[in-house]
Design a protein around this ligand. Sequence first.
Ligand code: HEC
Length: 134
Amino acid sequence: MMRNVFFVLLIVLVSCNNAEDKKYETTQQAPAISAVDGERLFKSQCASCHKPDKDFTGPAIKGSLERWGDKKALYEFIRRPWLSISKNSYAKKLFTKWKSVMTGFNLSDKEIDAILAYCDFYGPVPDNKIKSNP
Ligand code: HEC
């Protein structure tokens, strides 16, 4: 009897662990990603539509995090743009301006960190600030 109880407990414990693992899969279990990977990932997955520092088929990526001001929302947008456009007001504005929906990318937080860092350090900072009339 005790043995059975122990067995059930063990199964419960193991399944709880699995659930935790799933939750953190993208952040904690991702292998170490370096800036070089940011360049590689950007060039292989994003460069067909984006340039780091200039508008192209999609907007310049440099400074995105600053424009969004919300890392979670931005990363969600990169993973599921259509969903983000349906609920985030900044994503809606992007869609209105660019008139197309980006494809979603199944990337970990670390991979997105690396891509954004690569773009943020690429070339001079564009002067996108809206100037008020003197
Ligand atoms: C098929 C073309 C395409 C590809 C490939 C693509 N994007 Fe996009 N991206 C767009 C378009 C178009 C927009 C404008 C928003 C919208 O309507 O989806 C956009 C918007 C963005 C924005 C918001 C920029 C801002 O000014 O706030 C980010 C960040 C972004 N993309 C990152 C990426 C990353 C990272 C990749 C590669 C993993 C990627 N994109 C690949 C087309 C693309």
